[in-house]
Design a protein around this ligand. Structure first.
Ligand code: AMP
Ligand code: ZN
Length: 136
């Protein structure tokens, strides 16, 4: 994708603070980090969202997310792994990526809010909806 910023970063046309790289994957620091060490892990091949990524790239991607998480867990108390799909879900860069965000006591990061409550009927319906769409 010619105008995709993460494609450009993956091709080294735009510089980034690279922490890990292999044939299929690049991991680099977020330039507006939620915490020190906030890392983005991206496939070198372009896909907008998780559902669009080919299986081979996805396998490499999730294994690399774990690799980065292992490294981050050595120097932080915990970490969040976050992956946003589509603008409605907070996706700003339309090239799939995982965030690995180091967490420590008192870091003040908050993404929780009170959980909505759903009726039994709504829950039953959504279970059916997911199940009936699983094999598409
Ligand atoms: P998302 O909301 O999941 O799409 O997150 C996109 C992330 O990419 C944001 O946290 C941005 O700070 C980060 N980002 C955007 N451009 C760059 C860049 N050139 N280098 C590093 N991180 C970037
Ligand atoms: Zn891209």
């Amino acid at each position: 994708m010619a105008d995709c910023i993460f494609c450009k970063i993956a091709k080294k046309q735009i510089s980034s603070d690279i922490v890990y790289e292999d044939k299929k994957i690049l991991a680099f620091l977020d330039n507006r980090p939620a915490s020190l060490g906030h890392t983005l892990v991206v496939p070198k091949t372009h896909a907008e969202t998780l559902d669009k990524l080919d299986e081979d790239s996805l396998k490499s991607l999730i294994l690399s997310v774990q690799k980065v998480s292992k490294a981050i867990s050595k120097f932080s108390q915990g970490y969040n792994v976050i992956q946003n799909n589509k603008e409605v879900a907070g996706q700003i860069v339309h090239h799939i990526h995982f965030h690995v965000v180091p967490r420590n006591d008192g870091d003040g990061i908050r993404w929780n809010r009170p959980n909505p409550v759903f009726s039994e009927k709504e829950i039953k319906n959504v279970i059916e909806k997911i199940k009936s769409n699983l094999n598409l």
